[in-house]
Design a protein around this ligand. Structure first.
Ligand code: NAP
Ligand code: MG
Length: 462
């Protein structure tokens, strides 16, 4: 697989400051695909300087021209869709069809949405005797995870560019090749030098240097709660803007009036998709006690269908982690309905699609983010009980409600402590704000709310 041996800084691929590299591994066969440079504080500093230097001109570029560059970027992503999908499949392990439809499809939609928003957004508003100007925050340090490697990048870079910010990106060490392809696309789209910069490297080295760099005005992070907490603390100490998109433990609430089979099948598909490595996955299914065993049987059958279709998880550590959670679930007394801790194949970081029944709200399975293909089914007595269970974690990223009557589902959803809820299987909307209540994060991505994260206001009184 093609890889650059340098960093994309100030509009060109430049040699890295140090000699260390990161091996990129295909999780489906454990073979090394390529090596990329492991960036240091020196590389980050060069990238931040380039972004600072480019900021005044980009901030002053008319929104219509910024929109045209983002539109061109979207078109390059479309033109190179096959190459991107193949790269995501190689370094993340997701099945090629899923890479094409979701790992390429979602970022293309998001880039397209920001091409339109940049052109139409009101960067100036009147309030009484004031004119309020919405101005770009400055240099953005973006730190992204591997689970949706291109989507997570585009969800930060596209709105930042639309706002007039410049960016330094530190992508996940497991998926740097997709990030390099993105940098090529930015270059091809004619985005001016220094507006977007890429430093590949390790979190505690390059990521840490970026999050704490004095020349960064806003840090936007997606990943684990542990790292997010540290980044938030560092940003707070420096009085810097910060956006954190962290974990989730979302509830899929099936009310008794729902189409049970549909709700269970869609729920299982949601958890198994991307091998369970989705922060907004509905990893807790809540079923009324009278329908419980029927739902468990349906879920077991549905999960078995994924045995041959599911991709591996991203790396050996993640495989160990997920298997550890499955073993813990058994040890805590949950009932294994499908899958289990034994790896289904000799080679590759595969985990069997796993379903647990008799999971109670205080079990580890029901409280911690597993980030693997593991579904827990919980039993509730009535709606109040279901709500208590649904809201009973530190997280609040997503969720789902199913009911025969849409109004009943909406009434329940309005009482959930979470940033987004899909009603009876509602579709993903790239314009709807995405982000968490409680410890699932701070700030929102996507749509106009995502754009507002990269703007600050200046009020002129007359
Ligand atoms: P992570 O370490 O939080 O990784 C996210 C990003 O932060 C990566 O680019 C990472 O670099 C970087 N990073 C790590 N330590 C850093 C530091 N001290 N300072 C600055 N940046 C740092 O997450 P992970 O290790 O990949 O996954 C662990 C768990 O996090 C998963 O099992 C899952 O529960 C959760 N997770 C959540 C999401 C989400 O979308 N909310 C996404 C991924 C993972 P490296 O790639 O070098 O580590
Ligand atoms: Mg990590």
């Amino acid at each position: 697989m093609k890889a650059h041996d340098g960093m994309y800084i100030d509009g060109a691929w430049r040699p890295a400051a140090g000699a260390d590299t990161i091996a990129v591994v295909n999780p489906a066969d454990e073979q090394v695909l390529a090596h990329v440079p492991a960036g240091t504080a020196e590389d980050v500093d060069a990238a931040v300087r380039a972004a600072r230097a480019a900021f005044p001109a980009w901030a002053a570029t008319p929104p219509a021209e910024r929109a045209a560059r983002i539109g061109a970027l979207r078109d390059v992503l479309v033109a190179r869709a096959d190459e991107i999908a193949a790269t995501v499949t190689a370094e993340l392990g997701s099945p090629l069809k899923f890479s094409q439809a979701v790992h390429v499809g979602a970022p293309v939609a998001v880039a397209g949405s920001y091409a339109e928003l940049a052109a139409s957004y009101a960067f100036e508003e009147k309030v009484g005797n004031s004119t309020v100007h919405l101005e770009p925050v400055g240099v953005v340090g973006a730190i992204t995870p591997w689970n949706y490697p291109l989507h997570q990048i585009v969800a930060k870079v596209a709105p930042a560019l639309a706002a007039g910010c410049t960016v330094v990106l530190k992508p996940a060490e497991d998926t740097p090749l997709t990030a390099q392809l993105f940098a090529e696309a930015v270059d091809e789209a004619g985005v001016p030098a220094g507006v977007f910069n890429l430093v590949t490297g390790l979190g505690p080295v390059a990521g840490q240097a970026l999050a704490s760099h004095a020349g960064v005005d806003l840090v936007s992070f997606t990943g684990s709660t542990a790292v997010g907490r540290r980044i938030g603390a560092t940003a707070g100490a420096a009085v810097k803007r910060v956006a954190l998109e962290l974990g989730g433990k979302s509830a899929n609430v099936i009310l008794p009036s729902a189409d049970l089979a549909k709700a269970v099948n869609v729920g299982v598909a949601n958890v198994m998709s991307n091998s369970g490595q989705t922060c907004s996955a509905w990893t807790r299914m809540l079923v009324h006690e009278t329908q419980y065993e029927e739902a468990v049987a349906l879920a077991g059958e549905a999960a078995a269908k994924y045995a041959d279709r599911i991709g591996p998880v991203v790396n050996a550590k993640q495989q160990q982690r997920v298997r550890g959670y499955i073993e813990k679930g058994v040890a805590e007394g949950a009932r294994l309905v499908a899958g289990g801790p034994v790896a289904p194949r000799e080679q590759g970081y595969f985990v069997s699609p796993t379903v647990f029944a008799d999971v109670t709200p205080e079990m580890t399975l029901a409280q911690e983010e597993i980030f693997g293909p593991v579904l827990s089914i919980l039993r509730y007595e009535d709606e109040e009980d279901a709500l208590r269970i649904a809201n009973g974690t530190v997280y609040g990223l997503a969720g789902a409600v199913w009911a025969g009557d849409e109004a009943q589902a909406v009434a329940f959803a309005r009482r959930m402590e979470t940033g987004q809820v899909d009603i009876n299987g509602g579709r993903f909307n790239p314009l709807a704000p995405f982000g968490g209540y409680k410890q699932s994060g701070v700030g929102r991505e996507l749509g106009s709310h995502g754009l507002a994260e990269y703007l600050q206001t200046k009020s002129l009184q007359f």
